[in-house]
Design a protein around this ligand. Sequence first.
Ligand code: ADP
Ligand code: TRP
Length: 342
Amino acid sequence: MYICRLKNICTMDTVVSGIRPTGLLHLGNYFGALRNFIKMQDENDCYFFIADYHSLTTHPTPTDLQTNVRNVLIDYIAAGLNPEKATIYVQSDVPEVCELSLLLSMNVYVGELQRVASFKEKVRRQPQNVNAGLLNYPVLMAADILLHRADKVPVGKDQEQHLEMTRDFAQRFNHIYKHEYFKLPVAYNFGNELVKIPGLDGSTKMSKSDNENSCIYLADTPEVVRKKVMKAVSDSGPTEPGQPKSQAVENLFQLMKAVSAPDALQFFEDQYQNCSIRYGDMKKQLASDMIAFIQPIHERIMELRSQNDYISKVAKIGAEKARASADKTIREVREIIGFKTL
Ligand code: ADP
Ligand code: TRP
């Protein structure tokens, strides 16, 4: 039995992913990332963390970093992550990642970092704070992933370019130091297209960094979910059969696809196509399907919020396991590069 288990671990893929503690987790985080974390934890060697270093790139003086980290950890567990199956930890509890980030950065060029889409977008959004951490974001992210020598990284569509860069950096390291050390990890969604869940305000991506009302949080109460959905942006309705959908209406259909039964989706699709759709009815259906989906998670979140000792214990055990894996990689990387203890 024991030998069997060991053998199994050897053939398992390693999975790494993280979410920044910049707010409560929403349906975009769930369908883009967390849902796959949960699906993957049984059959892979998984490391899921809370990217608190990364959050400083946009939230340099977070008012309540501890509370936000704790809330993301609670959301992880409430949604179904099991600390006995996956290693769940806080990024800053494993400072080895900083050393790997530094070592990788020696073979990364400023020009390639300046061309990254997420960097350019942040420069536009926060011109008053174009910090070096923002520029270095993809290097720290590559270090998170390579620290455990991952094979697969479950993330949403917006992270695709960061994963391409991680592979470039890994390949470059292997080439420069003449050692096939790092695997080349891929953004993973079980062979399907990566997911992008839209917002309720007509924006193409639900995001916790944006408008609160465009996001449905896993911790939202049924009343709040209903209110937000009923206020979602739509349009004045189709006037001729087969008319293309506006972005806001397309978003409502996308959200329905994520949480509702296929026949409900088809029903409103048909109504849209023959111009008889009433968005109020569609929103009512969407709200009740979202509530049915979120309510069990919401209830577990409320229970876990009072279990401080348990949450601290999960973080402590996770940090120990993640540090053991990180320490091994750092030792090997140092040796490959040529650092010697005198
Ligand atoms: P946010 O954009 O809300 O600040 P993060 O950047 O911390 O969230 O994202 C954490 C994870 O959730 C990443 O894997 C990201 O791809 C995924 N994610 C975030 N928003 C969405 C979305 N709207 N649709 C799909 N995946 C998303
Ligand atoms: N950049 C990711 C995001 O904004 C968060 C993240 C940091 C991450 N390090 C990572 C995701 C490593 C996957 C793997 O969503």
